[in-house]
Design a protein around this ligand. Structure first.
Ligand SMILES: Cc1ncc(COP(=O)(O)O)c(C=O)c1O
Length: 368
């Protein structure tokens, strides 16, 4: 199956069987029936294995030609990768990406003797920090700044110093960008965003082509107990079939909104990697096939940004991104990102473009 649109519809489904559903329902269990020799069954206890997770993992693995290990959240997936580091290891991580990894570095890695080097999402800055690195972590496009770095050349540079490369691919998903094909060793994706896309669950996944890494991650999952719930895994698998059409519509809406915002004199700093005028566009176009639903822009101050969010009828104020509904937030409200007070991160949903453009125009005009 060559096309992503086709693969997401069929990925991870069992072979058709008379009278059976397309996607079997979730299996809920703590222990499974298990008599005699434990090796006689793949399922003994739910913290180790569950058929519903395994179907979704098979689907996600098929999208990337890799093994997928599913976790209870994106942060559980991030933790599974970075908490494997120990004394003397050096982690190079984004200073301007999702703040969760910085908090883990500060609160859990540095105290156990891991050196954490925080660098902006910028190729030269990452290269300058590579000496002695054990693990290089990229988030591209970065959240919330939407900066982009070239994965292939940084994979080469990381490998040249003996470091592994992990890429947080949450914003793009496997249909927008394939870091493993570009040389990454590990890909981490929060399924809570576009990958599942319905704003109704939290899950995370690590994909890798190195069998021993996948085995170690599964082992860690059992030990740490950071396991996904079967119902969430089933919902996420069901939602995967529409990923291609959701990304198509949301991406087109994001681009249309970015183009509109870029024409306005009351808006500054418009970012969307798919917009030809964007500073990251050339790099993004070289390694991404879809550019995601997220648009960044700034209004002059916090009050104007909040007033815009209050005036809009279709842009729902919420954190996160990648859902069916258009959402936005004034990102500085969390105090975790170095962004202007009036900076808004908007995630385009799958509503009709003309309705979104009209609503955003009306709300911006009302607060001008
Ligand atoms: C880029 C990125 N990575 C990881 C995460 C963490 O994912 P989760 O919320 O599923 O734990 C997020 C969540 O916002 C994110 O935006």
């Amino acid at each position: 199956m060559s096309s992503d649109a086709t693969r997401v519809v069929h990925a991870g489904l069992p072979a058709p069987a008379q009278g059976e559903p397309f996607l079997p329902g979730p299996t809920f269990a703590a222990p499974y029936h298990l008599t005699g020799d434990p090796s006689s069954s793949p399922f003994g206890y739910q913290r180790d294995a569950n058929p519903t997770w395994q179907r979704y993992e098979a689907a996600l693995g098929a999208l990337e030609g890799a093994e997928a290990v599913l976790f209870a959240s994106g942060m559980a997936a991030v933790s599974a990768v970075v908490l494997a580091l120990g004394p003397g290891d050096v982690l190079v991580a984004p200073a301007d990406g999702y703040p969760g990894i910085r908090a883990l570095g500060r609160e859990h890695l540095a105290p156990r003797g891991v050196e954490v080097r925080l660098v902006p999402t910028d190729e030269a800055a990452v290269r300058a920090a590579l000496g002695g690195a054990t693990l290089v972590w990229l988030e591209t496009p970065s959240n919330p700044g939407l900066d982009v770095v070239p994965i292939a050349s940084l994979a080469e540079a990381a490998h040249a110093v003996g470091a592994a490369l992990a890429v947080d691919n949450t914003l793009a998903t496997a249909l927008g960008q394939r870091p493993l094909d570009l040389g990454a060793d590990l890909v981490v994706t929060s399924c809570s965003k576009a990958l599942s896309g319905h704003s109704d669950l939290v899950l995370g996944v690590v994909t890798t082509r190195a069998g021993e890494r996948a085995a170690a991650l599964r082992e860690w999952r059992s030990r740490a107990g950071a396991i996904p719930g079967p119902f969430e895994a089933w919902l996420a698998h069901r939602s995967l079939a529409t990923l291609d059409v959701r990304l198509e519509r949301a991406g087109a809406n994001a681009l249309a909104l970015a183009e509109l915002l870029a024409t306005r004199d009351d808006v500054s700093g418009v970012r969307h990697p798919g917009r030809p005028g964007d500073p990251g566009h050339a790099t993004a176009a070289a390694q991404m096939t879809r550019f995601g639903s997220v648009v960044g822009f700034a209004l002059p101050d916090a009050d104007r940004a909040q007033a815009f969010l209050a005036r809009s009828e279709l842009v729902t104020e919420a954190t996160s991104f990648g859902g069916l509904h258009t959402t936005a937030e004034r990102r500085a409200r969390w105090g975790t990102d170095a962004v202007p007070e009036g900076f808004i991160r908007l995630s385009a949903g799958i509503e009709a473009a003309e309705d979104l453009l009209a609503d955003v125009t009306r709300a911006l005009d009302a607060v001008r």
